[in-house]
Design a protein around this ligand. Structure first.
Ligand code: FAD
Length: 429
């Protein structure tokens, strides 16, 4: 690596948030000198449910990159199982401002590498096996000095006008900014594994995302998401504060879910690659814009507290950051850059603030087993309710006053009355 590289933008982390930040800057201004470093060598695995929905498809389409999804099988429905043997299957509803009502399940080992490759092909300078250590201001006030280390622990420095922390849930850039990690109540722990199942599609009658909230973690959920061929991504997660309070064991939770799958007739072969990790929820976001530094993705706590989805929000944050700041990187006006970094933070809050709040409220309400059962019961006869839940999971839905009153009435009214007035039901399993 050459000394004294000076970048317009240096991104730490080549996951979907970091790579899409790089892709966005290069599309908005191909002349910018953009660098990206990652401590891993790609392709690399990342513990995840591997599900990407309409939002990610939209983000890829923005710069004509949706071809990386070619040939991937489409998932078209969700199957929700709850207490008292409730099971509801529902097609993924058409979501606002997005063209596609489908989900793909692509192992992150492949997906992240494909997105990173797009960035590399745009002439982004990429450094793999290189770890970010810290940064400091230089005498030239426009430039930051960034300390890095290769796998042989050899130290080096890079220089940049803007540093972007896209380095995930344990972000070191966030630490450099003296920002605390989310407290336990604002994060979840989840475990992911892969299995082969020759009869999954047969049991659920189609390619469906299966959610189960009837196992040991009533306060979280378990999933089984079909990928290519017989490959199924399975996992389970719950809020960390409840996990610690109830002294749960994440591997036992997974075992219990596997037994649940088997009790439904699903063949579970070749369990492998179990890996647990933290999910920092967007219910508690740190300040994202700092002096010549910004955070995107998990580094900035952008995971939907209800669904655990984070890829879309991180990729979109990268785009919003690039859109608000690319014009100020050539101007050598530090104030201009910092003002535009603040604009990025405002744009993100405007776009997702209410949505994240709605998902946080929904999550807290659904922490009560009584409310979960009631919601599932209502959803089993009322398509509007299940559509709204799925939009909270996969889109940017927010609880409006009208929506809140409508839901509150459905919770209070006797079940028979709800059923009588409901629109066509989702079909029960
Ligand atoms: C079990 C589980 C299931 C999930 N399921 C889903 C799902 O189905 N769908 C969904 O949308 N989201 C899901 N999420 C959330 C999703 O995984 C994250 O939101 C997403 O990975 C965030 O992307 P990112 O680019 O911000 O961070 P990451 O994907 O974590 O990428 C960060 C990158 O930074 C690099 N890095 C870290 N530290 C350094 C350093 N010091 N120097 C250099 N590089 C560094 C890492 O190597 C990594 O490549 C799940 C999470 C978990 C844990």
């Amino acid at each position: 690596m050459k000394n004294k590289e000076i970048f317009d933008v240096l991104i730490v982390g080549a996951g979907p948030s970091g790579s899409n930040t790089a892709i966005s800057y290069k599309n908005l201004n191909p002349d910018l000198k953009v660098g990206i470093i990652d401590k891993a060598i790609f392709p690399r695995d990342k513990s995840c449910g591997d599900a990407i929905g309409p939002g990610v498809i939209n983000a890829l389409k923005r710069f004509n990159n949706e071809h990386i999804l070619d040939g991937e099988p489409e998932v078209i429905s969700t199957s929700l199982f709850g207490p008292d043997n409730i099971g509801i299957q529902n097609y993924i509803p058409k979501v606002k401002n997005k063209d596609d009502s489908v989900v793909y399940v692509i192992p992150r080992y492949e997906l992240d590498n494909r997105i990173f490759e797009i960035a590399k092909n745009l002439n982004v300078h990429s450094y793999e096996g290189v770890r970010y250590i810290d940064y400091e201001q230089t005498e030239n006030e426009d430039i930051l000095k960034v300390e890095i280390e290769n796998s042989d622990k050899e130290k080096n420095f890079l220089f940049t006008k803007l540093l972007v922390g896209a380095d995930g849930a344990n972000s070191r850039v966030r630490k450099s900014l003296d920002l605390k990690q989310n407290s336990d109540i604002h994060k979840a722990i989840a475990i992911r594994a892969y299995i082969d199942s020759p009869n999954y599609l047969e049991i659920f009658k189609e390619r469906t995302l299966m959610f189960e909230i009837n196992v040991s973690a009533l306060k979280g959920y378990a999933w089984a998401f079909p990928s290519k061929g017989n490959l199924i991504n399975i996992g389970i997660g719950m809020p960390l504060n409840l996990f610690k309070k109830d002294k749960m064991d994440i591997n036992e939770m997974l075992d219990s879910f596997i037994r649940t799958l088997e009790s439904k007739g699903v063949i579970v072969d070749n369990l492998r690659m179990e890996k647990s990790y933290m999910l920092p929820f967007a219910s508690s976001r740190p300040k994202l814009a700092h002096d010549k530094v910004a955070l995107v993705g998990d580094a900035g706590s952008m995971i939907n507290p209800m669904s655990g989805e984070g890829i879309f929000y991180g990729m979109e944050a990268g785009y919003l950051l690039a859109k608000e700041t690319f014009g100020s990187l050539n101007s050598n006006d530090e104030n201009n850059l910092n003002n535009n970094l603040n604009k990025y933070e405002r744009a993100l809050n405007k776009r997702f603030g209410m949505h994240f709040l709605s998902c946080t409220v929904a999550r807290l309400v659904l922490q009560s087993p009584f409310m979960t059962k009631r919601l599932l019961k209502i959803a089993s006869v009322d398509k509007n309710t299940i559509n709204f839940v799925v939009e909270l999971l996969f889109d940017e839905a927010r609880l409006t006053i009208k929506e809140t009153f409508s839901l509150a009435f459905k919770f209070i009214l006797p079940f028979r009355t709800v059923r009588f007035f409901s629109k066509s039901p989702a079909f029960s399993l």
